[in-house]
Design a protein around this ligand. Structure first.
Ligand code: ZN
Ligand code: ZN
Ligand code: FE
Length: 759
């Protein structure tokens, strides 16, 4: 009855999602005060609780405003309930209770516009301050030791706030209210420049000046970023770049370049509107784009290809440094090859003192390492490496799972995925697990996530490959704790599942899983050119590339000519091949050719593979473009680069058996063509036609494209336009990597469905 006479009411709201540590409570506070509402906002175990009382109409307006929350937050759930009036006199922010542990850890976020403005304002107390941040930006994951997210549990703990910072921290109207890493010149971390013995050369502003002088004079220096150190040098200085490559023993793999501004970047790279948006996005990934025609950067940054990885400064320190320098910087993760990114100066000097002239560092510890993310645009965004800015990433599950699941991914581009309750969490990129240090990093990352979320798995999911470190590790865990469940998921099915997970697909799909190498069903059979009909529970392999031998197994991956030769052996007699005037054949001596043939015939140390990734290698060799590979994925880039100058709508011939896709006629046709540009262009066209013709036979099934081969921009662009024209529904991952970085997500998706299915 009273509701008729008074328009006042009190409502309790519960919000779940990313609502803690992202400026959500001050946002609520400001809105409540603006509408003259009373009550409180409080962090809790499952998110945020708001109790609000006042005029109904104002509460309605408040609820509308809640729908546009602060930029880093995300509301996954909201319930509201009218409760009894309490006649509260003010609106307050209540302190966190300890239950906050379940809130999700945010990724590190690049410098925001408001902080950038302050930093550039000579009158501001944080003018040129290299560690400026606020509730909308700054380090998160990289500094957090434990939850709840509170300064005391971050590596900012040793820095006690000065009076001025404390005032900002405590004022709900201030944009730094409860910004945990908040600091200033007076109370925050300090810069110092170290020589290679670890002695301090200079500090603060003079450290910056000195490091700039070193870079200008052609030296390589290490600079501490947000999730690890970079090795940097002047990107316009060919000698400097070459020296860096030699010292780091990285012969040809492209290096990323950081520019001072978008304007400077555009002089060296030719970018589309979509690429520009990605480059400027809050996540600030390295974006792989076309080199500009009049590019002046050192040629050895990305030899032999017409692409370049570019990015803009994402921390205030980078911003200040690049402005001072006025030149672009090669910036590559500081590590030894196959090892994780280095996060502290002691290790850096132990391992890389032969590479650097000095180290620019600061005294805030990097708790969790995090590499730069890598992305590109091919009609849509493709995330090639999900790390800083994007990860850790938490997603809501449609329905909560009773089983706590840990998915370990593959062996390369390792990532972790875990699920508990109604949460799914993806770790940042860990890397290739091919060294002891890399595996330790894997274990450390896992421990971190277990600690964050009080997580311990009921079920561990891994690849089928018995030699993967992750598989071995999973088996060991289950042996130690037999109550933990164990589940293997076939590698290429997991690729398809990753895409299905991203789009929450539960129906049957037609999945094209084109990949480098991954173990198939059965021993010692490598897949990678598979067409599957799949749903979240099971799959059927309906077609695949006709298998060929990888002569010398692992060696074949590094030498495209071995794969090409195996294809020739499939098509011609040894005598015919020995007489051929072809780049592949000529790259072997007569004796080598004989040995290769013997290995191929016996099939020892020459496993069968149906990999499309390896088919790219073969084409690169047959066309005479390259006989050996400098880095993974090089063949794809070389084909794209060559195809550019040649627009062909004529594919090569593929023959379709009941299950096998036979490339032998294609190989014969390639041998007839002398122009590598034509071969490259027609090869991409061939793959496009292959997907289209198979997809047309299954018009009811949506097409899923997944696997490392779909990092090829030309192939994806062509495919997407072809599938669109054909009126076919298709899916490619945007938010998780199509390469092995997405495997953990796929494995997890399967396990979630399995455990639901099994009740
Ligand atoms: Zn900011
Ligand atoms: Zn301060
Ligand atoms: Fe793979």
């Amino acid at each position: 009855m009273s509701a008729v006479f008074t328009s006042k009411k009190r409502v309790m709201l519960k919000l779940g999602g990313i609502v803690q540590g992202v400026g959500f409570r001050p946002f609520v506070y400001q809105k409540a005060v603006a509408f003259d509402l009373k009550g409180f906002v409080q962090n809790g175990a499952d998110g945020i609780t708001i109790e609000i009382e006042g005029e109904s109409s104002k509460i309605e307006r408040f609820l509308v405003e809640l729908k546009t929350p602060p930029p880093l937050s995300r509301i996954d759930s909201l319930t509201s309930q009218e409760i009894e009036l309490e006649n509260t006199q003010e609106f307050s922010i209540r302190d966190s209770d300890e239950g906050m542990a379940k809130s999700m850890v945010s990724a590190d976020i690049s410098l925001c516009e408001a902080c950038r403005k302050e930093m550039q304002d000579p009158k501001n107390r944080r003018y040129d301050y290299p560690f400026i941040n606020c509730t909308d930006c700054g380090p998160r994951y990289s500094i957090i030791k434990d939850l709840p997210y509170d300064r005391a549990k971050t590596s900012m703990a040793p820095f006690s706030m000065c009076k001025a910072c404390q005032k900002e921290y405590k004022d709900p109207r201030n944009r730094r209210y409860h910004a945990q890493p908040l600091s200033c010149f007076e109370c925050g971390p300090k810069l110092s420049l170290l020589d290679i013995k670890g002695e301090i050369l200079s500090s603060e502003r003079s450290a910056l000046d000195e490091v700039c002088d070193l870079i200008r004079s052609g030296e390589t220096v290490a600079i501490k970023g947000v999730g690890g150190f970079h090795l940097v040098c002047d990107a316009g200085n060919e000698d400097a770049v070459r020296k860096l490559r030699e010292n780091k023993n990285r012969p040809s793999k492209p290096l990323a370049v950081m520019f001072s501004s978008l304007k400077a970047l555009k002089k060296e790279a030719s970018i589309t509107k979509q690429e520009e948006e990605l480059i400027l996005s809050r996540e600030r990934p390295i974006v792989i784009v076309d080199k500009a025609k009049e590019a002046k950067l050192a040629p050895s940054i990305a030899p032999k290809i017409d692409r370049i990885g570019v990015f803009l400064p994402y921390t205030p320190l980078h911003e200040i440094l690049l402005k001072k320098l006025g030149c672009a910087l090669v910036a590559t993760s500081a590590n030894l090859s196959d090892e994780p990114i280095i996060t502290d100066e002691t290790e850096l000097l132990q391992k890389l003192s032969h590479v650097v002239a000095a180290v620019l560092t600061y005294d805030r510890e990097i708790v969790n390492a995090c590499d730069d993310s890598v992305a590109m645009v091919a009609e849509q965004t493709l995330l090639l490496r999900m790390s800083r800015g994007y990860a850790p990433k938490s997603l809501p599950l449609k329905s909560p799972s009773a089983v706590k699941i840990l998915a370990l991914g593959a062996n390369q581009k390792s990532t972790l995925a875990l699920s508990f309750g109604d949460h799914l969490v993806l770790s940042p990129h860990i890397g290739d697990l091919v060294s002891l240090d890399a595996f330790e990093y894997f274990e450390r990352t896992l421990e971190t996530f277990k600690r964050f979320y009080g997580f311990s798995p009921d079920l561990i999911v891994c690849d089928k490959h018995p030699e993967y470190e992750t598989t071995k590790w999973a088996k060991e865990q289950v042996k130690k704790t037999p109550s933990i469940g164990y589940l293997e998921v076939q590698h290429h099915y997991a690729h398809a599942l990753a895409c299905m997970a991203e789009y929450s697909l539960e129906e049957k799909v037609l999945a094209f899983c084109f990949d480098g190498t991954g173990l198939g069903e059965g021993e010692n059979v490598l897949w990678g050119g598979e067409v599957l009909i799949a749903d979240p529970l099971e799959y059927e392999r309906i077609m695949h590339l006709k298998p060929f031998r990888l002569i010398g197994a692992g060696k074949a991956v590094k030498e495209p000519r071995r794969v090409a030769l195996a294809l020739l052996f499939e098509c011609f007699s040894y005598e015919e091949i020995a007489k051929m005037d072809n780049a592949t054949v000529k790259s072997f001596t007569a004796q080598e050719l004989e040995v290769m043939h013997a290995i191929w015939k016996k099939g020892i140390n020459a496993p069968l593979s149906s990999s499309v990734g390896r088919l790219f290698d073969a084409v690169v060799s047959l066309a005479g473009i390259s006989q050996t590979s400098g880095y993974e994925g090089e063949s794809g880039l070389l084909i794209e680069c060559h195809a550019k100058g040649h627009q062909s709508n004529e594919g090569f011939t593929l023959e379709y058996g009941e299950k096998e896709i036979d490339y032998r006629q294609m190989v014969r046709e390639i041998l007839q063509i002398k122009d590598p540009k034509e071969v490259s262009s027609r090869f991409i066209q061939t793959l496009t036609e292959m997907v289209l013709s198979i997809a047309k036979k299954h018009p009811d099934l949506p097409v899923v494209l997944s696997g490392g081969v779909f990092q090829n921009r030309l192939l994806v662009t062509k495919l997407v336009s072809t599938l669109k024209k054909g009126g076919l529904r298709y899916y490619i991952q945007k938010e998780s990597p199509v390469n092995d970085g997405g495997i953990a997500l796929g494995q997890l998706y399967h396990a979630l469905h399995r455990s639901k299915h099994n009740g």
